[in-house]
Design a protein around this ligand. Structure first.
Ligand code: FAD
Length: 598
């Protein structure tokens, strides 16, 4: 009996990793009703079980059903009670000896819809853990016709091209302002003609796109290497376990899967009341592959994508206007967000407040945009390029969610708890997920981690779920900003002003001194909970390489670092990050937050 129990436990463990139970339960009930196995001898039952090819799961359910009905405590008849154990034994042996290794019902253990940051991570990890995985990725062209390869938003139209263009913009400052002070004679670059360093947008775009293509290819071969079946097709649900895959030419194939994971990410959202925007404006999906230089540009939006694009376009030398409807960088620390915006203005970005209303082609071939200003007055301008960066919507509208009894919110997201949706075998990860109780930031590493952990829970016996605490993030504007933990506003609300101690300083990176860059532009602050031995609840850096700096400190914050830990840490000299380990001025003191000397 103990041996049977062990086998049963093994089968149960297997069952828990599959979702076939719901599929086959009906079939089992039918089997029990039609065949009445408990009225047969064990040999007859075995014969029946072996007659039709059955999965381990089905056999297990037959056993389970028999076990229930033949419970020694409540035997239906004396004969049943006698037959119970031998019949179970026979069935368990049959299960082990003759059952096929995997449920034959499904083509795949897992179908992943979407080959972006989250989908790729999930698919590869699940395959590495032994699951039979398929991944479908299909890029619907943007309204302006932009399309791209495997890898999702981050690689093609997000983090990667954005960071490269941010770097291109930063290089200009180094070339124009720093290099001559460090002894480089760049007169050959016509730096003195008042127009600044010449820049060839097509060269930048060509090189960025070439790098992206190499990444697309890398993802393709890594899927092959991992044994993931890749479909360059649009996927939608047809039934609980069926996914329709449709190619660009309309060709269709239906695959079945024990589990399905939705990892479709999001696409830029253009406000409905901005008439003509869809026809005459670009979105971030178009900008990084734009063939011609954008020229004078209006950027509409106040989120990080809008500010970053405005920042690198200005740094590259284009006239940029930023049309802001409300506050910049909503959700971030207000003081740092305002610093980022004022620096954009200092760099020459014209910031106007208003709500865009109309975009149309003007007689000069430019785009004329009308907006209502903050004071209600109408205003307008003409631009060579208009970029709308007013938020994103999860790309779930074409998934036929209704076919599986799911629905999406207004933002297109599907409700989830630890990636599980309301349908037991359907999961959602990354930007398409509306996680409860606390939402997650739309970031590549967040999508990747969610995918990895889900794969390990489903196929590797893992139990770890995503930890939403202390997720660091960065805004790659000309004054780079990175942070981890609470904003000052959140910390004040949660801890109360008395308990919150804010240490801060302005600083200048050593490398900026020779070129005469601003003395106190860079800034950092550390928010501490005085009631918990100075535990650090938030850390913010505005300055060069802020992202590199904050990434390291994020580890310390996850480990519960206190202000004392920072003070006890020896700095690396001379570097910007050392500013954080010697902070002495609190905001409360009102003393100047400035470092003197070396
Ligand atoms: P995605 O990466 O968007 O992938 C989804 C994939 O699914 C896409 O390839 C899509 O075409 C495909 N798909 C959609 N529907 C279907 C369907 N029905 N069938 C088949 N395939 C489908 N994050 C950072 O961490 N750092 C940054 O610096 C950063 N910068 C960004 C800059 C910009 C301009 C943008 C737009 C985003 C940026 N992000 C950044 C956010 C980051 O790109 C996303 O959070 C991340 O890509 C989300 O990953 P995902 O797997 O959820 O979806």
């Amino acid at each position: 009996w103990q041996a049977q129990q062990e086998v049963a436990d093994q089968i149960l463990a297997y069952l828990e990793r599959t979702d076939c139970v719901f599929q086959t339960r009906e079939a089992i009930s039918r089997f029990m009703a039609d065949v009445k196995p408990f009225e047969l001898t064990p040999a007859e039952v075995m014969q029946l079980v072996n007659a039709a090819p059955r999965s381990r799961v089905e056999i297990y359910l037959i056993i389970e059903e028999c076990e229930e009905r033949l419970s020694p405590e409540q035997p239906a008849t004396a004969a049943h009670a006698r037959r119970g154990v031998p019949m179970l034994s026979a069935l368990l042996h049959a299960a082990c000896a003759s059952a096929p290794p995997a449920p034959p019902h499904f083509d795949f253990d897992l179908v992943v819809i979407g080959g972006g940051s989250g989908g790729l991570a999930l698919a590869k990890e699940a395959a590495a853990l032994g699951a039979r995985v398929a991944l479908a990725d299909y890029v619907r062209p943007s309204p302006q016709g932009s399309r791209w390869g495997l890898g999702g938003t981050c690689v093609n139209v997000g983090c990667i091209p954005k960071k490269l263009m941010h770097h291109a913009g930063q290089l200009r400052r180094v070339v124009e302002q720093d290099a001559p002070a460090y002894g480089y004679d760049l007169s050959a670059l016509r730096l003195a003609d008042g127009e600044g360093a010449p820049h060839a947008w097509p060269t930048l775009v060509r090189n960025v796109q070439q790098h992206i293509k190499s990444l697309n290819f890398g993802y393709l071969s890594s899927l092959r290497k991992a044994g993931v079946q890749y479909f360059n097709k649009h996927a939608s649900f047809r039934g609980a376990h069926e996914v329709v895959l449709r190619g660009a030419k309309g060709d269709e194939v239906v695959v079945s899967a024990a589990r399905v994971a939705v990892a479709v990410g999001g696409r830029p959202r253009v406000p409905d009341d901005f008439v003509g925007a869809a026809e005459h404006c670009l979105v971030s999906d178009d900008l990084f592959s734009l063939k011609e230089a954008p020229g004078s540009t209006l950027v509409v939006g106040g989120g990080y994508v809008a500010l970053e694009c405005a920042g690198f376009l200005r740094s590259l030398g284009y006239p940029v206007t930023l049309l802001l409807r409300s506050i910049p960088l909503r959700g971030f620390d207000r003081q740092c967000a305002e610093m980022v915006l004022s620096h954009l203005e200092e760099e020459g970005v014209v910031v106007v407040r208003g709500t865009p209303q109309l975009a149309e082609r003007s007689a000069s071939g430019r785009t004329r945009v009308c907006w209502r200003g903050g004071d209600g007055a109408a205003a307008e301008g003409e631009f060579e390029t208009v970029l709308v960066a007013t938020g994103r919507t999860a790309d779930t509208s074409s998934l036929c969610l209704e076919a599986v009894g799911l629905s999406a919110g207004k933002d297109g997201k599907i409700a989830a708890k630890d990636e599980a949706t309301a349908v037991p075998h359907i999961y959602v990860i990354g930007d398409a997920a509306a996680e409860a109780p606390s939402s997650r930031p739309e970031l590549t590493p967040v999508a990747i981690r969610a995918g990895l952990l889900l794969a390990r829970r489903l196929y590797g016996g893992g139990a770890e779920t995503f930890d939403n605490r202390m997720v660091p993030t960065a805004v790659f504007t000309p004054l780079e900003y990175a942070c981890v933990g609470l904003s000052e506003e959140e910390a004040t609300e949660i801890l109360g002003a008395d308990r919150l101690e804010v240490y801060h300083t302005h600083y200048q990176p050593l490398e900026w001194t020779l070129g005469g860059r601003p003395h106190s532009l860079c800034y950092c602050k550390v928010l501490c909970d005085a009631a918990e031995c100075g535990r650090i609840v938030g850390l913010h850096v505005c300055g060069e390489h802020a992202a590199e700096i904050v990434q390291g400190f994020a580890v310390a914050l996850r480990c519960g670092a206190t202000k004392r830990d920072l003070d006890a840490t020896v700095g690396i000299h001379p570097c910007s990050a050392e500013e954080l380990v010697g902070l002495r001025v609190t905001k409360r003191s009102g003393l100047p937050a400035q470092r003197d000397g070396c």
